[in-house]
Design a binder for this molecule. Structure first.
Ligand SMILES: [Fe+2]
Length: 302
């Protein structure tokens, strides 16, 4: 099952006064609502683990404990969770050797050398945040699931990366129907540690502050198609690909549909959230990102 977000009319009635609240400081982020897309509700019995009461109760315990700025949740992971982590970690690590972009591999190696990442244990946020703040100033802050794009982008403005902490069900180690800790850490963290990449993230976030809905929509699309699913010629940049062995295999098979960057294309494409992508955007090299996002800002007049 897949969910698509199509273009919507911007002339929608305003129901949520919080959309007018624009954080002025990092601590204002705590005032934003942390409600999230409920994929369990959407997928019902198709949600992996739906019929495993112990897993579902653990999942909701983790989901329902969002952190505040500066706080770190200590999540208890059991042997099944750690086995899932290890299984995916070892497979992805092998695939990344050939396909991940250089910046990703460089930081991933450093995280392993420092003992922060390993296939033996799921890293804790305190250690990751110490590393990230030192490298780029970013920090991970736990949320229960995929929050509204506006609030996710607001976090970036203050170098906060809102992050999930639960892990997918053991029955499907190579598939996640929504972002989980494997996606967040093995997809995003190595690139978040790159200072230039982090500056780009912060800039996208700053452009979102107090922006009207159509600006949030286009910024969110650029983020989705490039940061999550972008490629760099024969290497992978996107966190959604780097954290999915299936998605990497699709690309390395040569059968993937690869499209050149086009702002109009991303504006008119559906966002596929719970399935493999029908296309990937090739931004050719990481140095092009500044120019590409400048085109986005220019189009939006921001
Ligand atoms: Fe992501």
């Amino acid at each position: 099952m897949r969910f698509r977000i199509r273009n919507f009319s911007y002339a929608q009635p305003i129901k949520d006064p919080i959309r007018y609240f624009t954080p002025k400081s990092i601590y204002d982020l705590d005032k934003l609502p942390k409600n999230y897309e409920d994929f369990v509700n959407k997928l019902g019995s198709n949600y992996p683990g739906y019929n495993d009461p112990a897993y579902m109760s653990w999942l909701y315990k983790v989901r329902n404990a969002p952190s505040k700025i500066g706080e770190v949740n200590k999540v208890e992971y059991n042997d099944d969770h750690i086995l899932t982590w290890s299984t995916v970690y070892s497979k992805l690590r092998h695939l990344h050797d050939d396909l991940a972009c250089d910046k990703y591999k460089e930081n991933f190696r450093e995280l392993e050398e420092l003992g922060i990442l390993s296939e033996r244990e799921i890293p804790n946020f305190a250690t990751l945040n110490k590393y990230l703040t030192h490298k780029s100033g970013f920090q991970l802050v736990n949320v229960g699931g995929m929050i509204k794009p506006r609030f996710f982008l607001y976090g970036l403005a203050f170098k906060v990366f809102f992050t999930t902490q639960y892990i997918r069900h053991k029955s499907v180690p190579f598939y996640a129907s929504e972002p989980d800790i494997i996606h967040e850490i093995l997809g995003h963290v190595p690139m978040l540690a790159d200072r230039k990449f982090a500056e780009l993230f912060q800039e996208i976030g700053e452009k979102s502050l107090g922006a009207p809905d159509h600006v949030i929509d286009v910024l969110g699309r650029a983020y989705f198609f490039i940061i999550e699913f972008g490629i760099l010629s024969d290497k992978v940049l996107g966190a959604g690909i780097l954290s999915s062995s299936k998605e990497i295999e699709i690309i390395s098979s040569g059968k993937a549909k690869i499209e050149d960057w086009s702002l109009q294309k991303i504006i008119n494409s559906d966002l596929i959230l719970s399935d493999y992508q029908p296309q990937y955007i090739d931004v050719v090299k990481i140095e092009n990102l500044k120019e590409i996002f400048a085109e986005v800002y220019n189009y939006l007049k921001i």
